[in-house]
Design a protein around this ligand. Structure first.
Ligand code: NAD
Length: 354
């Protein structure tokens, strides 16, 4: 392999245009040979906005058949991650796949197995791990700064944020679930990462679908994915509010998540409670430490680099070296297992051992 990495970007929707295409367009020694979308106009628009894209296609198999392509970015709805990533790895391509791995743990584990079988890098878009603050919290915890870290509480609640009502995000067969799999994956991934991969013991959860059970009556103020909303003919069979408790061999974890709620507040944070100190990590990067010994609030200084740039650079580096990095699928499987267990607990209305 020469110094250049040749890529295909599969799926030219929001995350492609907002995050990965801007980053990849500015990385040296990276070719974007193909932009692929089932809807040709979306791929054409991406090519206009990101001239580094060389060709537009609607069938990703064309990119997989091209020996010049080293790796693909899978930026399609959750259910199709499995098929596209499996086809890509079978064709010898490395894969950077957006989160969640796919719609459930079983298929995610198959994807991880395939990555090993074909000797390919399979990274998942756990972009928040690339915040400097997250790395610092992980180190502080490992160094014992919090003393006994006995509990973590997290909130991922918003006023009106059901994405693409009636579309892929709210159709369980296509998404795997609602707010829990869509937002919860980021929060649980961060918690498990910062705690240092605790052993999961049990989980219990209640899931609600209340705010848009009558999709036409749902009143929204801000919502992304409006263009994919289909409130007339679509489906909304996923959780819009979720709450539960997780036991681990380290801290207990309690949580509330809402894509929508009749409280006009967006509360997106993780609290780490230790007997010597605590920390609140605000979603998006910043954290504060509350020091119980000195009754002090400490606001650490750090830079918040572009997490997507670091994530994509790390993937390219792994492709070049063959060395797995922090967003390798192996390290995301535990959060997928946890999500599955929480959904099962909600269905069966009981605590489930892991
Ligand atoms: N890391 C993050 O914070 C983050 C943020 C947003 C979305 N995501 C994830 O990214 C993925 C895409 O989300 P989005 O918001 O960009 O969705 P989107 O609907 O805006 O874009 C998906 C695109 O994929 C295309 N597509 C579907 N199947 C395809 C196929 N087989 N071949 C080619 N194109 C295909 C669709 O036409 C669409 O243009 C989801 O899995 C989502 O969970 C991650």
């Amino acid at each position: 392999m020469d110094n250049n990495i040749t890529l295909a970007v599969i799926g030219c929707g929001r995350i492609a245009n907002a995050a990965h295409l801007p980053v990849l367009s500015n990385l040296d020694h990276v070719r974007i040979k193909y932009a692929c979308d089932l809807i040709r106009e979306k791929a054409e628009r991406a090519k206009t906005d990101f001239p580094k894209i060389e060709q537009v296609i609607t069938d990703y198999k064309i990119a997989l058949d091209d020996p010049e392509v080293d790796a693909v970015f899978v930026l399609t709805p959750n259910y199709s991650h499995y098929q596209v990533a499996m086809d890509a790895m079978r064709a010898g391509k490395h894969v950077m796949c957006e989160k969640p791995v796919t719609v459930n743990y079983e298929l995610s584990a198959e994807m991880a197995k395939a990555a090993d079988k074909y000797g390919r890098i399979l990274n998942i878009g756990v972009c928040n791990r690339y915040h400097r603050s997250v790395e610092m919290l992980r180190d502080l915890n490992a160094q014992g700064r919090f003393g006994k870290l006995y509990h973590v509480y997290c909130s991922f609640r918003s006023f009106r944020s059901i994405p693409g009502l009636g579309g892929a995000f709210t159709t369980k067969a296509q998404s795997g679930g609602g707010v829990l799999i869509d937002w919860g994956i980021h929060f649980f991934d961060l918690i498990l990462y910062i705690l240092g991969e605790p052993k999961l013991l049990s989980a219990t959860c209640d899931a609600y679908n209340e705010m848009a059970k009558d999709m036409k009556a749902y009143k929204y103020r801000g919502m992304w994915a409006e263009d994919t909303a289909d409130i007339k003919h679509g489906t909304n069979d996923v959780d819009d509010f979720i709450t539960g408790y997780i036991r681990t061999d380290k801290a207990g974890i309690s949580f509330n998540g809402a894509w929508a709620q009749n409280i006009d507040k967006s509360e997106m944070f993780i609290d780490f409670l230790g007997d010597k100190a605590g920390a609140r990590l605000s979603y998006g990067g910043k954290f504060e430490i509350y020091d119980g010994n000195t009754l002090e609030t400490i606001r650490p200084e750090y830079d918040i680099p572009d997490m997507y740039r670091l994530e994509d650079q790390a993937f390219i580096e792994s492709v070049k070296t063959g060395v797995k990095n922090r967003s390798n699928v192996d390290s995301v499987l535990n959060s997928m297992l946890l999500l599955d267990t929480l959904y099962r607990s909600a269905d069966e209305k009981r605590e489930i051992a892991l």
